[in-house]
Design a protein around this ligand. Structure first.
Ligand code: FEO
Length: 165
């Protein structure tokens, strides 16, 4: 059994994770169009991870016998700024995802649902890792001084080398 408010919040979170996937895929397409294949690769790996997060929530709902209710996924932006502006956007987006997961956690505590609290521990840790990754890339972009050489170095030797989880 799952509390109705929690079921609704988790279904909304599935949508947010799938939107994150779509947003990062849109960013990947932008980087592909700008001849930055390493940045595009990083975004494609992230898009796949986000899809996986949505599916983790999906499987949780099915495990506890609650209905999965899929909703339309919003359209991501078509235009993006500089790589630094994009990663600022990613960091801000991830902070909003963290807030959303924390709110579900608070709700699980409020309705006294320890199984959902436990399930959310994985996501809370994941958000710490994701926010750190974004901050690291922002720092590296800062260190590159916005030079073409710095950007190409990050593209080929850092973001392009990201492994799939
Ligand atoms: Fe699904 Fe980027 O957190």
């Amino acid at each position: 059994m799952l509390d109705n408010q929690l079921k609704k919040a988790i279904n909304e979170q599935i949508n947010k994770e799938f939107y994150s996937s779509y947003l990062y895929l849109a960013m990947a397409a932008h980087f592909d169009a700008k001849a930055l294949p390493g940045f595009a690769h990083w975004m494609k790996v992230q898009a796949a991870e986000e899809w996986g997060h949505g599916m983790k929530f999906y499987h949780y709902l099915t495990e506890v016998g609650a209905e999965v209710e899929l909703a339309a996924i919003a359209c991501p932006p078509l235009k993006f700024g500089s790589p630094k502006e994009i990663f600022e956007q990613v960091y801000e987006h991830e902070q909003s995802v963290t807030a959303s997961i924390n709110a579900i956690y608070d709700l699980a505590k409020k309705v006294n649902d320890p199984k959902t609290e436990l399930m959310l521990h994985w996501f809370i840790n994941e958000q710490v890792e994701e926010e750190k990754n974004d901050r690291d890339i922002l720092d590296q972009l800062e260190m590159s001084g916005g030079t073409t050489f710095g950007l190409m170095f990050l593209d080929h030797n850092v973001l392009g080398k990201r492994k799939e989880d």
